[in-house]
Ligand binder design. Structure first.
Ligand code: NAP
Ligand code: SF4
Length: 667
């Protein structure tokens, strides 16, 4: 079914068992006290799951290359010794693993940051110092030394991080390299650093060791590389001895989304495809590939030789084995939300996964079969209830899952209807199949009442939330007012002028939905973000005017300050930028005065004005749904409340699914 994806890849001195690379991902365990043991368990699970080649998170070859002051380094024999637990764990399951070497350069979050030139990154706190020739040579040697130690540790190869705007990339591009010596000026000089690193590594490790180079093929920043330059570097890297070239898309400071859920699936495979005919080493593509079908399509159409997926292996360690068994319907799909992986790492916490709370907690959350099967009722088939019911049933309990609607999914069913959030559908598909696989008895269109529930050994209340009703003068009488749930569910016509009350995640989603252009395809998306598909401009960017919507939309909140970023740490700016590009009005610090025949009357900055609106959508958060709460006390210890029913404020799916799984493992 996936002949190209599952085909081995012969590198001459070694064979990869399939075309799947687990891409590098910083998990936060790299710096944890017991981190290497936890990483060993994490990677071992993925090796067991059949992935062809794993690449670790980035390790710095020296002190100054660390991203943060306490980031992990790999430069001494003691590091090689300590990492053996990781390589042995992976090899035990027939897997292969490469260590990523990453020097942060000017992205380093400490005062010892170094770069090609002393130009501060827009996202960094410290200005880097310009590296002297001696420091450059020492750094090249540091890369070679780390690679040699990686070999000693039992790694099958290294990946040299040459993209995403890190040090090597900073040497390559004019944007960050204004040197006049042998390491700057002409393109040949600017790529010298990258090539010398690869040559030094190859000399150190010999011929029978994998070297992957992550090449920035589309910088997505001004003064980035041109297409001809990318090709020149790719060919020179091949001569210098790389075994594989991996695709890098976008610097971290680029203001274009590259991996978030809004990015269409496989949105950048065309970049790899353009480079592929110019080199003979195998070439890897990546970004927003999250199902075997997508990967197979890319490989069978000749866009790449191998496919890299990173977050999909947080979501499901057994992705490849399921593809081999033709069970892609059982894959727990990464929905690209970033909420428990990147957002966590940016907050200084270990990564996990919204749809798979076991990720990076393999030594902590261990599903064991139960010795005493109980009869358990779960009320509500939203994310929390689904996670809990299927976990309980997988451990051998008898589970009845009651849902008052005619289908499962809860809030995810709304989310999946928002443009750019269609991936939520995959989680519902996953749980629907898990219900069958684990033997949960699902009762749709069934209100569970107290008399029914009191007969069970345990009762899980996961009854979710409903939209908060707000009283604004005149709202009762006005037919302009609609709540977000009804709007999304019924696709109500709103007219051309819409005011949205509430600027949380859902207010932003609703504004996105209303202003979404019809039939938005991949090329439209690339166009909207100013990505030059011809790659005729440096960095793959061309200036493009903002794409205003023909709707007049206002998103409002009472709180003063920033409006429109939503809750996501790493995705908030994308929402805000999207709305700004579409000309949506974002207003904070408003006071609602009333709803009239003309629209919504507000006080803003001391002035009263009316927003002429055909419709007013209420997106003012949620309240818990807690049926027959007055009788809950009678259920005693056997009642457990999770998800939105437990706490509606700052309701979030990460917490809901995690609570469901943790409770499911405990009972
Ligand atoms: P929310 O984030 O709590 O936002 C509610 C909004 O309603 C706020 O802007 C608040 O602003 C306003 N509001 C609250 N009470 C009000 C009242 N009585 N009258 C008028 N306005 C009122 O809730 P949400 O937007 O429904 O989102 C719910 C949760 O879903 C979020 O916490 C988030 O975790 C999750 N979510 C996440 C995403 C994502 O992309 N990651 C997307 C959607 C939802 P003022 O009080 O300042 O007016
Ligand atoms: Fe994917 Fe979201 Fe899980 Fe991250 S948290 S791996 S983006 S599903």
């Amino acid at each position: 079914m996936y002949p190209n994806l599952l085909k081995p890849l012969d590198l001459g001195f070694t064979q990869l068992k399939n075309r799947v690379l687990m891409g590098s991902m910083h998990t936060g365990l790299e710096e944890d006290k017991q981190g290497l043991d936890k990483l060993a368990a994490f990677y071992a699970e993925r090796a067991k799951g059949g992935v062809g080649l794993i690449v670790t998170g980035g390790f710095s070859p020296n002190l100054r290359g660390r991203l943060h002051p306490f980031s992990a380094e790999f430069s001494k024999p003691k590091h090689a010794q300590a990492h053996k637990v990781v390589t042995e764990a992976v090899h035990q399951y027939g897997g292969k693993i490469a260590l990523q070497l990453l020097h942060a350069g000017r992205y380093a979050m400490h005062p010892f940051a170094q770069s090609a030139s002393s130009i501060k990154a827009p996202i960094a706190r410290f200005s880097p110092s310009e590296m002297s020739e001696r420091q450059i040579k020492k750094t090249i040697q540091a890369f070679a030394n780390s690679a040699s130690l990686a070999q000693l540790a039992g790694y099958d190869g290294v990946e040299v991080m040459g993209s995403e705007g890190y040090l090597i990339n900073q040497f390559i591009c004019q944007r960050t390299n204004t040197r006049y010596d042998d390491w700057g000026g002409s393109y040949q000089n600017r790529i010298r650093f990258a090539l010398e690193i690869v040559k030094a590594i190859r000399q150190e490790v010999g011929e029978r060791f994998i070297i992957i180079f992550r090449l920035s093929m589309l910088d997505l920043v001004e003064q980035g590389s041109t297409f001809d330059e990318v090709i020149e570097l790719a060919q020179a890297l091949e001569k210098a001895g790389v075994s594989l070239i991996n695709t890098g898309i976008g610097w971290h400071e680029a203001r274009i989304p590259t991996i978030a859920t809004q990015v269409p699936r496989g949105a950048f495979a065309w970049v790899t495809e353009k480079v592929r005919p110019h080199v003979s080493v195998p070439i890897i593509t990546c970004n927003r590939i999250n199902m075997p079908e997508e990967a197979e399509k890319i490989l069978s159409s000749g866009q790449a030789d191998m496919v890299s997926m990173a977050r999909p292996f947080l979501a499901d360690p057994h992705f490849v084995v399921k593809a081999e068994k033709q069970q892609s319907r059982l894959i727990n799909t990464c929905i690209g939300c970033n909420q428990a992986c990147l957002d966590n790492v940016f907050k200084g916490k270990a990564a996990s996964c919204l749809v798979n709370p076991y990720a990076c907690r393999e030594t902590e959350l261990i599903p064991l079969s139960t010795h005493t099967a109980k009869n358990i009722a779960v009320v509500g088939a939203g994310p929390a209830g689904l996670a809990c019911a299927t976990t309980l049933a997988s451990r051998g309990h008898q589970v009845d899952l009651f849902e008052r609607n005619d289908r499962i999914g809860g809030q995810f069913r709304l989310a999946m209807q928002i443009p750019g959030k269609e991936e939520f559908r995959e989680t519902i598909r996953y749980f629907a199949n898990q219900i069958d696989e684990t033997g949960v008895k699902l009762h749709l269109e069934t209100e569970a009442n107290f008399d029914l529930l009191k007969e069970y050994d345990e009762v899980i209340m996961a009854s979710g939330v409903e939209p908060r009703k707000v009283e604004i003068n005149g709202s009762q009488q006005s037919d302009k007012v609609i709540d977000y749930q009804t709007l999304i569910r019924d696709k109500t016509y709103l007219g051309d002028r819409v005011a949205i009350v509430g600027a949380g995640g859902i207010g932003i989603d609703v504004a996105t939905m209303i202003t979404e252009p019809d039939n938005h395809q991949l090329d439209d998306w690339l166009h909207e973000w100013g990505i030059d598909k011809e790659m005729a401009h440096p960095g793959g960017l061309y200036p493009y005017p903002d794409s205003l919507s023909d709707k007049e939309v206002w998103v409002l909140q009472r709180r003063k300050g920033r409006v429109g970023k939503g809750p996501g740490k790493t995705t908030g700016w994308i929402h805000k930028r999207t709305l700004e590009k579409r000309g949506v009005n974002l207003l904070g610090g408003v006071e609602y005065q009333g709803i009239t025949a003309d629209g919504l009357k507000i006080n803003y900055q001391g002035e009263t004005k009316t927003i002429n609106a055909d419709s007013i959508v209420i997106c003012a958060g949620q309240v818990s749904v807690r049926p027959f709460e007055d009788k809950w006390a009678q259920l005693g210890d056997k009642l457990h409340v999770i998800g939105g029913a437990d706490h509606a404020g700052e309701l979030d799916a990460v917490r809901a699914i995690r609570q469901g799984v943790e409770l499911g493992l405990k009972l």
